[in-house]
Structures are given as structure tokens and as C-alpha cells.
Design a protein around this ligand. Structure first.
Ligand code: OOB
Length: 548
């Protein structure tokens, strides 16, 4: 029977909303979905790349064969604890050697890691523990001056299904992850078409959602990304963003690098003080950053004695990279820049090494797969004219068809024919590259005019006294709508005054309804767990607008 386009397939017991059968068959026929589980992939890589170095983490170095053997032992230990195929395991580890071993042990067993970030706290972890129904929670003892064993006490109180807390390092009252070990044995290979892992949605608003990714789709995500980024066995990839995030995990990140026999260096933080010595020592060739971190690296490169000349490609993604910053990277860091516009939900866009320098500076890349289907639509869901901005909708071989256990969200986040509504405002260049213009909802409702926060930010950032800024709507005390507040991190001693900023923008020919009503100076902007500007907490810290 053919799938009725208006009736999306029902979720499986695993929480996966499957692709329609004929679509799945097409992805198999195209070779995107190769029917291998992530555990089998590691087995194949170990056979192929045996004694090459797979992972460097602190003083630990693991060959492909050793990583494979460790994953087998830990899978046996997890099974001995009673962890079974389909069980969810909440993972909250920093970038250390335990992460890759645990990741492959779980996926080999068919248990499902729900990958949270080190910066998450009880609000997120408690919610994700309950939503996932996790049976175990894996943490580090301490990281970044935070004791995760204390967090575990609070999580246990909120999550009745949680039976085990496993700790990398000093376990305190819990079980040491190092003791989760058993004689290797064979487990039935999980279904490659079913959920392999759960990613946390990266939104800067609302509670996080869980994104089911299958073995088939995630393996393709990593392999195709490695090919698009031209990784090979000589690649040394530094994971300095939290490796549980999709970008450093599989875009191409850790999994893409392992798929071609390269080396993954796990770095505890993206601070230049941690990253630069590792780049020098391991001759790192590729890494990924969120744009707010790049100026810190450029500053550090001026005085840090470490030799980072091995770096060939810096991937920038997660939030918008300004064209100016993109243009300065080759000179300031001595490497090429690659823009990456991606989402945990799936779709990835990359600029490619052969792209024109201007395209690399101004665009956020073009889709990874020839089977990515993109639509750019207006508020009524109609496709916009070529080159116009609209909301990006997408479906394809590695883009989800439904969030995990979220029927209400799914009813509005997807079209009846399976397109994911990203909420991102984009326009397409004639070359097929996308330019991200902001979020559909990141607009400020000022006197009935809808003002794009991103547009205001671009103008304000151009002011010589502004290092970075964020524009948010704050309640208008005189009416129903909002006023425009810009929070400025000054470049130098003082931020520009409101009058200076307004005059500056008027001179640039900006419409007067887009001028800020209020300027606040800050030493820094609040960031999300991966390092994007956190508008929700920024807004919460600002009262209503006073006199303009
Ligand atoms: C990545 O994934 P998430 O899930 O943390 O966040 C996705 C959202 C996108 O929908 C978009 O709003 C924004 O982050 N975003 C960008 C961007 N890359 C992501 N906005 C502007 N320019 C970009 N280059 O952030 C992510 C996942 C995989 C690879 C790279 C980033």
C-alpha cells in the first residue's frame, strides 16, 4: 500500500517516526543507507585501520583496534548491569576518553545514548531524564569546577526510571564507569533502521527536545560529511566543542574522521589555552568552532607561542559568522574557513573547498546531499520567489520525521508530507548556497512593524565601538508591542550611546523604525550550552523599556 502523503507514519515503539517505505527504499538504493549499525561501522574501521591512532584524550591514545576492543568490553559490562537493546542511557560527559568507548559500547548493544552537554543542569537534565525514561545516567566526577555527582542526586529524585549512575573518575556513592567491564561476547546486531542515539535540540528558546537519529541516517551523515569536507587518513580532527553535540560528533567531527581512518583529538574545552598546545603537539589539521569563539582564537594567536600552523581548515557553524570575520580567518589564523549551517534535526550545509572566496565569506554553505529537498516558504507556506528570504523547510535522508515522544510539537513542526519546518529564515543564492537571515521568530514587534533582530545586530556590530551585540524585544511600557533593546559588548572602554548608535544607523540609511530604543552595555553575552547567544536569558535579565 502506498503511503498517504497526508498521514505521516506513526512512531515506532522506539520513538522513531519512520520515513515512508518507498522513501526509505530510495535512500537504500542510492547507497546512502548502508544497513550497518554504528557498532558494525567501528568493527569495520578497526579491521581497515587497525593500528592507526583513533583517539587521543589526555595521556591516553587508542588505536582503532583498542577502541573496538574497549567498546566490546564495556558493552558486556553494561549488559551485565541489565542494560538492554532499546534502553535509553543519559550521557553527560566532557570530551574525555570515556566518551567514544561508551558511545560505541551503547550503540553496539542497541542501547540508546541520549547525548546531553556538560553545561546542562537540573532543569534540562531532569526534563531529559523523564522524557527519555533513561535507565542509567553517565557522568564525569567533576568538570569545569562542577561536581556532577551532586547533580545526579537531584536527577535521581526526579527520574523514577533511573537505576544506575555511572561515573568516569571518582564514583563517590555511585558505580565507577571503569568497573563496567566484562568478557567480550557477541550481541545481536540492532536494527540499522532504528534509533541509534538521541540528540538534544539546540534551540535558544523553550525546553529541549530529543531527536532520534538512526544508525543508517547518522552513519550517512558522518560519511557524506567526511567526503564533502575531503577528510582522509591524514586528518587530525580536534574536538574542542562538546563532542556530544552533532557538529563535533558527526559533521564530520569524530565519526566522520573515524570513518576515513583519521585521528580524533579530544580537547576538554575550546579555550585557546587548552586547544593550542594540542594543535601543536598532535599536528591538528581540522577543527570546528561556534563563531563567538573565533575572535578569542584570533586574539590568542597573536601572543600564544604555540605553533598552530598545521591547522588547515576551521569550520565555523552553529550561529551566523559575519562576512568580515570569515574573510579575516585565513590571515589571522593561517587556515581556510568552512561555513557550516546545520541542525541536530538533520540538514547540513557546507561551503566546499572549491567555492569562490566571496561565497565562502557570505554564505552558510549548500546542502550536503543531492537528496536533501529544500523549500523556502512565506508565512502561508507558499514558495517564495528565487532569491527571496523565507522559512527553510527540509526533508531528506538524514533529517528527522518526528521528535521523540512529542506528538503536539510534531503536529506543527512538520508538514503533512514530512518536511521539517526549521524556523530558520534563509535565502538561496543562484549558486545554490544559503544565506541565513535569522530566525523566523527572532523578530521584534515594534509599533506594528516586524523588525529582524539579526538585521539590527548587523548594523550595530558595524559600529567601531561595538565588539559584539544582541538585539532583543522588551515590553513597550506605552503600548502592546515591544521596543528594540541592544546589549552591546564594547570594543574598548565604553559602548556607544543610544544617540551615537541611532545617528550611525541613520547615516547607513536604515529605516527609523529599526533604530534601537535602548542600549545596555555588558562585559559579555549569556551563551547556551554550545556557545550561542542565549536570547532567552538575555531577555529575562532586562526589564521593560524606560524612556527612549
Ligand atoms: C547546530 O545545530 P543545533 O541543533 O545546535 O542548532 C541548529 C540551529 C539552526 O536551526 C540555526 O538556527 C542555527 O542553529 N545555526 C546557524 C548556523 N548553524 C546553525 N545559524 C546561522 N549560521 C550558521 N552557520 O548548530 C549545528 C549542527 C551541525 C553542524 C553545525 C551546527
Amino acid at each position: 500500500m502506498t503511503q498517504n502523503a497526508a498521514t505521516p507514519p506513526a512512531p515506532r515503539p522506539s520513538g522513531l517516526t519512520p520515513w515512508p517505505e518507498e522513501t526509505a527504499a530510495r535512500y537504500v538504493a542510492a547507497g546512502h543507507w548502508d544497513g550497518r549499525t554504528l557498532g558494525t561501522c567501528l568493527r569495520d574501521w578497526a579491521r581497515q585501520y587497525g593500528d592507526r591512532t583513533a583517539i587521543v584524550a589526555g595521556t591516553e591514545r587508542l588505536t582503532y583496534r583498542e577502541l573496538d576492543a574497549r567498546a566490546d568490553r564495556m558493552a558486556a559490562g553494561l549488559a551485565d548491569l541489565g542494560i538492554r537493546t532499546g534502553d535509553r542511557v543519559l550521557v553527560q560527559l566532557p570530551n574525555n576518553g570515556a566518551f567514544p568507548v561508551l558511545f560505541f559500547a551503547l550503540t553496539r548493544l542497541g542501547a540508546i545514548p541520549a547525548l546531553t552537554l556538560p553545561a546542562h543542569r537540573i532543569t534540562e537534565i531532569g526534563h531529559l531524564a523523564r522524557l527519555s525514561g533513561a535507565v542509567a545516567y553517565v557522568i564525569a566526577d567533576e568538570h569545569g569546577a562542577f561536581d556532577y555527582r551532586e547533580l545526579a542526586v537531584a536527577v535521581q529524585a526526579q527520574a523514577p526510571d533511573l537505576k544506575h549512575v555511572l561515573v568516569a573518575g571518582d564514583p563517590g556513592p555511585y558505580t565507577a564507569l571503569a568497573k563496567v567491564d566484562g568478557e567480550p561476547r557477541t550481541f545481536a546486531d540492532p536494527d540499522p533502521a532504528d534509533v541509534a542515539l538521541l540528540l538534544v535540540s539546540g534551540g535558544t528558546t523553550g525546553v529541549p527536545k530529543l531527536i532520534p537519529r538512526t544508525h543508517n541516517d547518522y552513519g550517512y551523515n558522518a560519511r557524506a560529511s567526511a567526503a564533502a569536507c575531503e577528510l582522509d587518513a591524514a586528518t587530525v580532527y580536534l574536538a574542542c566543542l562538546p563532542v556530544a553535540h552533532n557538529f563535533p560528533l558527526a559533521c564530520p567531527g569524530m565519526l566522520g574522521t573515524l570513518s576515513v581512518g583519521g585521528t580524533v583529538v579530544l580537547c576538554p574545552s575550546p579555550a585557546p589555552g587548552d586547544a593550542f598546545p594540542l594543535i601543536e603537539a598532535e599536528r591538528v589539521t581540522h577543527t570546528a568552532l561556534v563563531p563567538p569563539l573565533i575572535p578569542l582564537w584570533i586574539d590568542a594567536a597573536e601572543w600564544d607561542p604555540a605553533d598552530i600552523s598545521s591547522l588547515r581548515v576551521l569550520q565555523a557553524g552553529g550561529s551566523k559568522l559575519s562576512a568580515d570575520l570569515a574573510r579575516s580567518i585565513p590571515d589571522d589564523l593561517g587556515c581556510a574557513v568552512q561555513q557550516v549551517f546545520g541542525m541536530a534535526e538533520g540538514l547540513l550545509n557546507y561551503t566546499r573547498s572549491g567555492d569562490d572566496a566571496d561565497i565562502v565569506a557570505v554564505s552558510q554553505g549548500r546542502p550536503l546531499s543531492e537528496d536533501d529537498e529544500l523549500r523556502i516558504v512565506d508565512a502561508d507556506g507558499r514558495e517564495v520567489a528565487a532569491g527571496e528570504a523565507g522559512e527553510l523547510l527540509v526533508r531528506g535522508p538524514y533529517t528527522l520525521r518526528g521528535y521523540y515522544r512529542a506528538p503536539e510539537v510534531n503536529a506543527t513542526a512538520f508538514t503533512p508530507d514530512g518536511f521539517y519546518c526549521s524556523g530558520d529564515l534563509v535565502r538561496r543564492l543562484p549558486s545554490g548556497h544559503l544565506v541565513v537571515e535569522g530566525r523566523v521568530k527572532d523578530t521584534i514587534d515594534r509599533n506594528g512593524e516586524s523588525v529582524s533582530a539579526e538585521e539590527v545586530e548587523a548594523h550595530v556590530t558595524a559600529h567601531p565601538k561595538v565588539h559584539r551585540c544582541a538585539a532583543v524585544g522588551v515590553p513597550d511600557p506605552d503600548g502592546e508591542g515591544e521596543r528594540i533593546c541592544v546589549v552591546v559588548v564594547p570594543d574598548g572602554e565604553t559602548a556607544p550611546t543610544l544617540q551615537e548608535l541611532r545617528a550611525f544607523m541613520l547615516e547607513r540609511g536604515v529605516a527609523s523604525f529599526k533604530l534601537p530604543d535602548r542600549v545596555e552595555s555588558a562585559t559579555d553575552l549569556p551563551l547556551t550550552a554550545i556557545g550561542k547567544i542565549d536570547k532567552r536569558s538575555l531577555r529575562a535579565g532586562l526589564g521593560p523599556c524606560g524612556q527612549a
